[in-house]
Design a protein around this ligand. Structure first.
Ligand code: SAM
Length: 391
């Protein structure tokens, strides 16, 4: 396999693949490499540990006659870590076939959550039995934490947004309820998502929404774009790119390298000109069936962002762009017919859903023919759709 990212792509695809295709991946990449990807993912997905005393849990990942043991050290207020077997006192051993772990992590969200692993609980007697109640309680909590990382769970995007510190919910904005309903159909897909605007002020790195998308799209590859270098955020399935959303060439180069995308979200400068430039550059690189999202439409009315003062947003604003897209959506209906080749947006916009301050533009094939231009009154009368004139 040529690169880590090729391996990651194949592992994600394998989550819903046949047994034979999974075997093919394991043959090509080897159990060790696949386990590395899976363990990174488990570490990312796990809830915060809550047990007060440290607990080591071994996860044995098997494939045919091979076995890889990974020992997780779990304790409150510390990130979960992998430790060597020799320096640990194992409180629980779990054994799972690598294909079951693959399905759990990168399969469908409704994949079963039990009945696919062996469990050996407190395999050795504690030296001091007076510690048994505390060890038992901590082991139960730690096991719950580890298992939280081995599944796809229902996600409330609002709660996730607040937990990661994004302003997409319960802040100036109330966007995640819309995201939750508009993104539901994509959740189980191996989506490629690009968000313009990574966030992070006063020296903070940001990345709140990127982490939220990574958690929500459990099979997704998430890309963020920002004026500032935030590559310290990079991790499997999350890549921070640098560039100016006002520069169409930069955007096209990024799309050629990392696209096409299933979802693009513009949460960058919110300058009206930037929103337009980004849409024009990136919409052609959204896959058919994908979505282009524009946040913070309110700047259409803010002159300091290039918006129009007053009640009617002008044609160069984000809202102006959306109004034009409504015309493009209906280009087949316009009379007289222009006879020209449809533009990218006339041909590719199949839906525009606008909520307060946020728009979801759906890409597809806007190919249904309109009513033929020759349908004059005589033809409508012939169809019986309108009454004949009497004079
Ligand atoms: C509102 S924050 C993004 C918040 C983030 N999406 C979240 O929900 O957590 C806007 C980000 O856009 C970035 N930005 C501003 N102008 C930009 C431009 N011209 N090109 C790319 N990014 C830009 C800023 O640096 C900032 O990090």
């Amino acid at each position: 396999m040529s690169t880590e990212s090729d391996l990651l792509d194949r592992v994600i695809q394998a989550g819903t693949a046949s047994d034979a295709e999974m075997s093919g991946l394991l043959k090509d990449a080897g159990l060790e490499a696949v386990v590395r990807v899976l363990v990174d993912e488990v570490l990312f997905r796990c809830d915060e540990p809550v047990n007060a005393i440290p607990v080591d849990i071994a996860l044995d990942i098997t494939h045919e006659t091979e076995r890889r043991r990974v020992v997780f050290r779990i304790v409150r207020d510390r990130p979960m870590e992998i430790v060597g077997s020799e320096e640990s006192v194992i409180r629980r051993e779990l054994r799972m076939d690598v294909k079951d772990l693959l399905r759990r992590l990168f399969g469908h969200a409704d994949h079963r959550r039990t009945g696919d692993f062996y469990d050996s609980f407190l395999p050795t007697r504690p030296d001091d039995l007076s510690e048994l109640p505390a060890i038992l309680a901590a082991t139960n909590l730690a096991s719950g934490t580890l298992l939280s990382g081995c599944t796809v769970r229902d996600v409330d995007l609002g709660a996730l947004s607040v937990a990661y510190g994004s302003d997409k919910w319960a802040s100036f904005h109330w966007y995640t309820a819309h995201y939750q309903s508009q993104f539901a159909a994509y959740r189980n897909q191996p989506v490629r998502l690009l968000e313009i605007g990574i966030g992070g002020f006063d020296g903070e790195l940001g990345g709140s929404s990127l982490k939220m998308w990574k958690k929500y799209f459990h099979r997704g590859e998430i890309f963020g774009l920002d004026l500032f270098d935030k590559s310290a955020l990079n991790q499997p399935r999350l890549t921070a790119l640098v560039g100016d959303q006002g520069n169409a060439e930069t955007l096209v180069a990024i799309a050629r390298e990392h696209g096409p995308f299933d979802i693009v979200i513009d949460d960058g400068s919110h300058e009206n000109e930037h929103v337009r430039v980004s849409f024009e550059a990136l919409f052609p690189y959204v896959r058919s069936g994908g979505l282009y999202v524009i946040e913070d439409l309110q700047t259409s009315y803010f002159p300091r962002f290039g918006g129009t003062a007053g009640a009617e947003a002008g044609p160069d604003t984000s809202v102006g762009l959306l109004k034009r897209l409504l015309d493009d959506l209906h280009h087949q209906e316009q009379e007289p017919k222009s006879g020209e080749q449809p533009t990218v947006t006339q041909d590719g916009v199949v839906g525009v859903r606008v909520f307060r301050n946020i728009a979801f533009i759906e890409k597809g094939v806007n190919g249904e023919d309109g009513i033929p231009g020759w349908m004059d009154d005589e033809a409508w009368v012939a169809l019986g759709a309108i009454p004949p004139t009497t004079d």
